[in-house]
Design a protein around this ligand. Structure first.
Ligand SMILES: N=CN[C@@H](CCC(=O)O)C(=O)O
Ligand SMILES: [Zn+2]
Length: 393
């Protein structure tokens, strides 16, 4: 694979400084090799003319649930007719997922990954959590690991129907976790009414930490609760949803970034908030307080059946009060920080920026500026996408 010069970029968002006008980038192998003014660009083996389009890092979608079977459109329809969302709906997808063949699950995730890429997503995390037996969780983790960048174990999604709560928690924090560990980098827990209590969630996270796995928390989605506190206490990479936050929760998340080490990212899920008719997470308040915010799709069949990060960015701008730059940053570098993929590691170049050495994940928009993502909401603006230096759209 030779080097590629992408030139004629009218506006380039790098996430490393102000947007650049009339810029170019050089991709060499799976990484960016050069970034700067088009007039100074070096030669490359291949040349692509962006023709005045805007360019930005590919979306980093740090929260999805893509290994599943079945359809919950009837549940969605009754929700739109006034029924509230309840965690119990997860069991419908668990039954359908258990009944599906490996090939069906593989085809399902491949379809969703292709949809995400077509919309400019170049890095994806996905969670298990619709298997909830040792074999079904291992199967989900294995299938996910072949399809996405990061896999998170969500055995603690709900206590499956028919299982004993105490025994299930033993399983999730012991044998099930050990069985999925080869395919996952992190563990998540749904700390919510109808799912797991604060004490149970703390046990799940402690088991993850004891095995050197990172932690995420689904929290403060359906009401005020302990999700943020538990996440912060366990040094979780992120706590996600956050529709119901007290001032103390906001302060606690901001405070995690005030020391030397890394903090806990506040991941907001605008499409989920809309699809469940829940309050929008207070992303403006979080940023103003000093928290680091990520935007993710939460693509799943129950609460947010979309992988469109552009839709999430537009909603964050139009409904949550973020600026264009804040929303784009949160949907790219914010997601990379939430996954701990914002730093270079051997064989794992950093994500979420356009900078020499970073993974060459780039999208071109059929628009002169990223502002069009919110200025022209709902329009299909993705024009070209490179992932790890390979053109995928
Ligand atoms: N809240 C927990 N899990 C998913 C929903 C899963 C479902 O309803 O199938 C979420 O992030 O919204
Ligand atoms: Zn989720």
């Amino acid at each position: 694979m030779g080097s590629i010069l992408v030139t004629g970029i009218r506006e380039l968002t790098t996430n490393e400084g102000p947007r650049l006008r009339d810029a170019a980038v050089v991709i060499d192998g799976d990484r960016f090799a050069w970034v700067g003014p088009a007039a100074d660009a070096p030669d490359a083996d291949q040349r692509v003319d962006a023709d005045g389009r805007a360019a930005l890092p590919g979306w980093v979608d740090s929260h999805t649930h893509l290994v599943f079977a079945g359809d919950r459109s009837a549940e969605f329809e009754s929700r739109m007719a006034g029924q509230p969302y309840a965690a119990g709906g997860i069991n419908a997808t668990v039954s359908a997922t258990r009944a599906a063949s490996d090939d069906e699950l593989r085809a399902g995730i491949a379809r969703l990954v292709a949809e995400a890429r077509a919309g400019g997503t170049t890095a994806l995390e996905t969670k298990t959590g619709y298997g909830l037996t040792v074999d079904d969780e291992v199967r989900s983790a294995r299938i996910a690991a072949a399809a996405v960048d990061e896999v998170t174990f969500l055995g603690a999604h709900v206590v499956p129907e028919g299982a004993d709560r105490v025994e299930y928690l033993e399983l999730v924090t012991g044998p099930m976790l050990d069985a999925v560990a080869p395919w996952v980098t992190a563990v998540d827990v749904f700390c919510e009414r109808g799912a797991f209590s604060a004490e149970e969630s703390a046990r799940v996270l402690a088991a993850a930490t004891a095995r050197g796995l990172a932690a995420h928390v689904h929290g403060n989605q359906l009401g005020h609760g302990d999700g943020v506190r538990i996440a912060v206490e366990h040094g979780a990479l992120s706590v996600d949803h956050l529709g119901f936050l007290t001032d103390d929760d906001v302060e606690a998340l901001a405070a995690t970034w005030q020391g030397d080490g890394r903090g806990t990212v506040a991941t907001v899920l605008p499409a989920c908030d809309l699809s469940t008719r829940m309050p929008l997470a207070p992303a403006r308040r979080l940023i103003d307080a000093g928290a680091v915010v990520a935007i993710a799709s939460n693509c799943n069949p129950g609460t947010s059946y979309t992988s469109s990060m552009a839709f999430c960015v537009a909603t964050a701008v139009l409904q949550m009060g973020l600026t264009i730059e804040e929303a784009v940053l949160a949907a790219t570098l914010g997601g990379a920080i939430a996954l701990d993929r914002h730093v270079d590691r051997p064989g794992r170049p950093r994500l979420g920026v356009v900078a020499p050495g970073a993974r060459a994940d780039l999208q071109l928009l059929d628009a002169p500026s990223v502002s069009h993502l919110a200025y022209r909401p709902g329009m299909p603006l993705t024009s070209a996408v490179w992932r790890a230096g390979v053109r995928v759209v």
